[in-house]
Design a protein around this ligand. Structure first.
Ligand code: NOJ
Length: 420
């Protein structure tokens, strides 16, 4: 399966020299962001230059129609794309996005009602992973259902709903957004303990990413429901159950998160890193129960995940065992030969940048027995304990971790140099 094209399309414009030194990463991001955003918008119907017949608000995975044919819309992809756009809108970075966001909501309200091979709106159809770009059902064989879609869609739309409430438009939330949200939240509450295909559309079991995004959706959904007079205690009950289940993915002897309950693989998977960044909540500190980016479990997991790719990609040859390398979806991946993915490698960097934000805010970082192997990469033999931001150890660690994160961009630059 190919990665989410709309997210990576603009990355093709990266050239290796941009990453020649870590200090250039910030300026690279400010140059690249508008290019990436224009690439995303070009893939949204009806007027996106690459959106080829997509209805209003529909995000296409790729304009490619052959080898592979990817001119479809996935609920996961669309929701993650619109989560990013809604974040830009509600933070005031881009107020021009409102029309597109309203079109997204309308398109999703329509698609929810389209009967498909996973069922009708009331019999499992919300778990259908992809649709044709004209909003009709895709009836071919596929890995279905995929149960992260409704949760991710709810999280995206809740962000918009909260902004509307804060800006005097609660009636629109209640009349137009809530019916869409309620369908997705009820689906999550009723089906989270059923198996389905993972985010890579390959393994049918329970999956860490799916479980975690379901938890987030129900927590945020419950808070919104209460705020608009639609309180539903079952959302809280099921969120607590999901959080309990989430703990079972932790592998204490391997010191990492096992990505799927099935699939017969080692379990080391970018799934787990994407989870930490997609459920990042700066206000949650380094909470390990929700696997926040700076939690000991998420950091321990990050090391095990990254190390899984050190010896399997040629591009990583000769790189020190504590330096950044290119990573892929999972080490056993054989699709198109099994290669590094931009999405996966940048997710590692993002988790570390997220962690740095929280450590700087709280003015310290904590090394536990679980996270010690992660920190020992940057300070050999470091002792378990709390290091305040005034300490030299804190400075040493955070500088090295920032360099490591910047180096992940450099690893991708090296990869692109092979392609140019
Ligand atoms: C395959 C990816 O594994 C999946 O996450 C994505 O939703 C689809 N391609 C569409 O981009």
């Amino acid at each position: 399966m190919r990665l989410l094209n709309v997210v990576v399309c603009a990355l093709g414009l990266i050239s290796s020299h941009v990453f020649a030194q870590s200090s250039s990463v910030d300026s690279y991001i400010s140059t690249e962001s508008p290019i990436a955003k224009a690439g995303i918008i070009a893939n949204i119907g009806p007027i996106g230059s690459k959106s080829q017949g997509a209805k209003a608000g529909i995000v296409i995975a790729s304009p490619s129609t052959t080898n592979p044919n990817y001119l479809f819309t996935w609920t996961r992809d669309s929701s993650l794309v619109f989560k990013a756009l809604i974040d830009q809108f509600v933070s005031g970075q881009d107020t021009s996005l409102r029309t597109l966001i309203d079109q997204f909501v309308s398109s999703q309200a329509f698609i929810q009602q389209v009967s498909n091979p996973s069922g009708t709106v009331s019999s499992g159809g919300l778990g259908e992973p992809k649709f044709n770009v004209d909003e009709t059902a895709f009836t071919g064989a596929w890995g279905r259902p995929q149960r992260d879609g409704p949760a991710l869609r709810a999280t995206a739309i809740i962000g918009y709903a909260n902004w509307l409430r804060a800006n005097g438009n609660s009636s629109w939330v209640t009349s137009t957004l809530w019916p869409v949200l309620k369908l997705d939240l009820d689906y999550v509450a009723a089906n989270w303990n059923q198996t389905g295909f993972d985010l890579w559309e390959e393994v049918s079991s329970s999956s860490f990413f799916t479980t975690a995004v379901q938890h987030r959706a129900l927590r945020e959904g419950s808070a919104l429901a209460s705020a608009i007079g639609q309180a539903n205690s079952n959302y809280d009950t099921q969120a607590a159950n999901i959080l309990c289940f989430l703990q079972s993915y932790w592998n204490p002897s391997g010191n990492f998160v096992t990505a799927n309950t099935g699939g017969g693989r080692s379990g080391r998977d970018a799934n787990t890193v994407l989870t930490s960044i997609h459920t990042f909540d700066p206000a949650a500190g380094c909470d390990a129960v929700t696997f926040q980016p700076c939690s000991d479990k998420a950091l321990a997991n990050l090391k095990v995940y990254v190390d899984a790719f050190r010896s399997i990609y040629v591009v990583n040859n000769g790189i020190a065992t504590n330096a950044a390398v290119a990573t892929g979806r999972y080490p056993e991946d054989s699709y198109q030969g099994g290669n590094p993915w931009y999405l996966a490698t940048f997710a590692v960097a993002e988790q570390l940048y997220d962690a740095l934000i929280v450590w700087n805010t709280q003015g310290s970082l904590n090394v536990t027995a679980i996270s010690q192997p992660f920190f020992a990469q940057f300070s050999s033999g470091i002792a378990v304990g709390t290091y305040p931001s005034s300490s030299t150890t804190y400075a040493t660690l955070t500088t090295a971790i920032k360099n490591f994160a910047d180096g992940l961009a450099g690893a991708m630059g090296a990869l692109l140099a092979l392609l140019i």
